[in-house]
Design a protein around this ligand. Structure first.
Ligand SMILES: [Zn+2]
Ligand SMILES: [Zn+2]
Length: 766
């Protein structure tokens, strides 16, 4: 027998509620080690004793073979004196003290549970709430920490004897699975109307009845993991159209849930990264190019005017059972009317969705935290998150150099998230939504309180946007006993992109978006910043033009076309401009309003430049959702048009580097008059914007010596533009940072604010 050694081990990260202790138990016993393992507020602690080789092997396998939902941040192992322990045991939880243990995100039904779900001999056969330590609801059902059943919305369900035996058996794969349940003791489904009256004849098989209802063209409200969904047959145009009409959602694409990867491949072109996202336990909606044949299976109203489809695989047992019965793609969209947050409480959902859904498939496990489906796409071989919510939140990002004092970042106004930072972790919230009504504001404030409790963070530094009217800014201003740090919107975008890429050297930041409050009080949005994590210099921007009517110009892209065309043709507009003819009556009033500077704030917004091009090309004069005109312009663009056909914009180099955006609009208008195809014009415009970005970055490199470019802001949701810009910049020798783990849109602002505030605090500048 070899030398006997003992090791004291601490594991930090997402290691609770994910089957970590039974894993440690079986690993230790398989290696013939003695000792114990337990949970406390900091994570998992263990002591192992045995032969030196076995203990070393244990430490290696501890990280290599950790359970699928575990995310290990740190393992600390310290040698101790052997005590001659005789067996390996699992110790109880130790409450109290600081809270470092991390709450896991919700995770899709695992393969083991799916096997049991389909096994007629299993006691959970076809049970729609089956879960285990490796899968199921987590963040959405947790009320408080430590993560134990009484602190979840499963507290009202007393375990039956069989479930209790599994729960307490360290060798069982449901050992300490807090949401453990079965048909005898767990939640149940019902198919009802809006008054909670059961659908006649549905009691024995509510899922079959619900599938029948969708199959016959009706609209089903479906209680999911993070909220209510509305579901219809994705191949039924009448049903999809009715859903749009009742939801008051005019054009924004719906997501489609398909039963498996094979069906997803039939509908969309998927690369390896897209397939990985689609099949991951996080189960986001994955945006991917639709195959030509998809139109035969998916109704036109599902994603009108879009070459992409948003696909998702089932992530709860209920989804699996429902899709199996339906046996075709199903539209799954948020349970709300346009602009409202997704409904998640039963009473509220029944009222709000009564006029939309024909029936409700509901259950009695409460949702504690509303979380929307996350949205991602593949870019450059990796996942790029566009909405980070279910399956991702509340998992923290590690950031450097970290926070000396705890930080709260309140985020932006649209697509709001907030972020709590402590030590080297940034806890970005689930997607809160647009902070423009009482209900989202309530989720924002309640969400912050919830995160503070869950992670034991008492913020001493609070970061906010400079916009005085953002509700998130007002919230920050009302806090007492904290140090406030205002962070400029586009600086937050760039800092967020740096943190996303774990970069801390200074960069040339290109922040292109719709609107952000500038350091000078004007509206920025086409910015080139020389930036690091604590400050920035505004080095260049798109030449500012008036936005006639302010917010009205955002809703009516033709107004920006008018402004850009007037700037492009100072000696008078050419004849035959369709956009002017379409808006003939209002046109003179709008241009006069701008000329007299009446309610016409100046903006350097890149979003408005895209709006102008879209309206000029007849894509869209009015929008129904943020960014719609630009999104449709991207869809219109001919991907085959080459880089050499780029329009060119003059670049003025002075104190600032200025792009004359009106040149791009003039080139497009000239092409239009010459009869060039609109898809070619749209492509040449995109190339022109990418070329202007590259030209300004080149000038700024000469000036600053910086060779890293960070691209951020909602405009870079445009895949075509991002691809073109990255290619040009890389060809010029730049290293280019793009977003991956947090959105490039305003959902990524809170992370940027947090790292800027944290860095300033570290430097004593707060
Ligand atoms: Zn499972
Ligand atoms: Zn049970």
């Amino acid at each position: 027998m070899g030398e006997l050694v003992r090791s004291t081990i601490r594991v930090e990260g997402v290691v609770q509620g994910v089957g970590f202790r039974p894993f440690v138990y079986s690993l230790a016993t398989s290696l013939g080690l003695t000792g114990f393992v337990g949970n406390d507020v900091d994570g998992v602690f263990a002591e192992v004793e045995g032969e030196a080789d076995s203990v070393s092997k244990f430490l290696v396998l501890l990280e290599q073979q950790a359970p699928p939902l575990a995310r290990i941040d740190r393992v600390k192992a310290v040698a101790a004196a052997p005590v001659g322990s005789a067996e390996f045991t699992i110790a109880g939880s130790v409450p109290g003290g600081a809270r470092h243990a991390l709450v896991s995100a919700d995770s899709a039904t695992c393969a083991d549970c799916l096997r049991e779900l389909a096994d007629p001999a299993d006691r959970r056969y076809r049970y729609p709430f089956i879960n285990c330590t490796n899968c199921g609801p987590r963040f959405t059902i947790i009320r408080d920490v430590p993560y134990d059943r009484p602190q979840t919305t499963m507290s009202g369900f007393a375990m039956c004897d069989q479930c209790a035996a599994e729960y307490h058996d360290p060798a069982n794969r449901r050992f300490h699975a807090q949401p453990i349940c079965c048909p005898a003791c767990g939640p149940h489904l019902a198919l009802t109307d809006a008054r909670r009256v059961r659908r006649p004849g549905s009691s024995a098989d509510p899922i079959g009845a619900a599938a029948g209802l969708i199959g016959s063209g009706q609209i089903l409200a479906l209680k999911g993991l993070g909220g209510y969904h509305l579901a219809v047959d994705a191949g039924n145009e009448a049903a999809a159209g009715a859903l749009r009409a009742r939801k008051h959602r005019e054009d924004k694409p719906f997501a489609v849930m398909v039963p498996d990867l094979a069906s997803a491949r039939e509908l969309c072109e998927l690369d390896e990264a897209a397939e990985q996202s689609l099949t991951s336990g996080r189960r986001p909606i994955v945006l991917a190019p639709a195959r030509p044949g998809a139109a035969d299976r998916i109704a036109p109203s599902v994603a009108p005017g879009n070459r992409q489809l948003g696909l998702m695989l089932p992530y709860t047992p209920l989804h699996h059972l429902l899709l199996e019965r339906l046996a075709r793609p199903m539209v799954v969209t948020s349970g709300n009317t346009s602009d409202e947050p997704i409904a998640y409480r039963d009473a509220d959902a029944l009222v709000r969705l009564a006029g939309i859904a024909d029936a409700f498939l509901v259950h009695d496990r409460a949702i504690h935290i509303r979380t929307d489906d996350s949205v991602v796409r593949a870019f450059g071989g990796r996942e790029a998150v566009l909405r980070r919510s279910r399956g991702y939140a509340p998992e923290p990002l590690r950031v450097r150099p970290g926070f000396t004092r705890p930080v709260l970042a309140c985020g932006a106004e649209l697509k709001n998230t907030f972020c709590l930072g402590k030590e080297d972790r940034a806890f970005i919230s689930h997607h809160i939504g647009d902070l423009e009504n009482a209900e989202t504001l309530q989720s924002f404030t309640a969400g912050i309180e919830h995160f503070r409790r869950l992670f034991g963070i008492e913020p001493q530094v609070v970061a906010h946007d400079l916009h005085p009217d953002y509700l998130s800014t007002k919230y920050a201003a009302e806090l007492t006993g904290v140090d406030l740090v205002g962070v400029q919107h586009h600086h937050a975008h760039i800092a967020g992109c740096m943190a996303d890429n774990d970069a801390d050297e200074p960069v040339i930041g290109v922040a292109f978006d719709g609107t952000g409050y500038g350091a000078d009080g004007t509206i920025w949005g086409g910015e080139f910043l020389i930036a690091d994590l604590h400050g920035f210099e505004r080095a260049g921007f798109l030449e500012p033009l008036p936005m006639p009517g302010g917010a009205a110009a955002i809703r009516q892209p033709w107004r920006m076309a008018a402004i850009y065309l007037e700037a492009a043709y100072p000696d008078g507009l050419p004849a035959g401009l369709a956009v002017r003819d379409r808006n003939g009556q209002a046109w003179p009033a709008i241009t006069a309003m701008a000329a007299r500077s009446i309610n016409s704030p100046l903006t350097s917004s890149a979003g408005r430049l895209f709006d102008a091009a879209a309206a000029l090309l007849g894509v869209r004069d009015l929008i129904h959702y943020e960014g719609q005109a630009a999104i449709e312009l991207e869809q219109l663009a001919d991907p085959g048009t080459g880089t050499r056909d780029a329009y060119s914009a003059r670049i003025a180099v002075d104190t600032h580097v200025l792009i004359r955006g009106a040149d791009l609009i003039r080139a497009a208008a000239d092409d239009l008059a010459a009869g060039v195809d609109r898809p070619v014009i749209a492509a040449r415009f995109h190339h022109g914007v990418a070329a202007a970005i590259a030209a300004v970055c080149s000038t700024l490199r000469d000036r600053s010596g910086l060779r890293v470019v960070a691209l951020s802001g909602g405009v870079f949701q445009n895949l075509l533009l991002t691809t073109m810009a990255v290619r040009r910049l890389e060809d010029m020798g730049f290293r280019v940072l793009t977003h991956s783990r947090v959105p490039c849109n305003d959902g990524g602002i809170s992370l940027g604010q947090a790292v800027v505030a944290g860095t300033r605090d570290r430097l004593g500048l707060v």
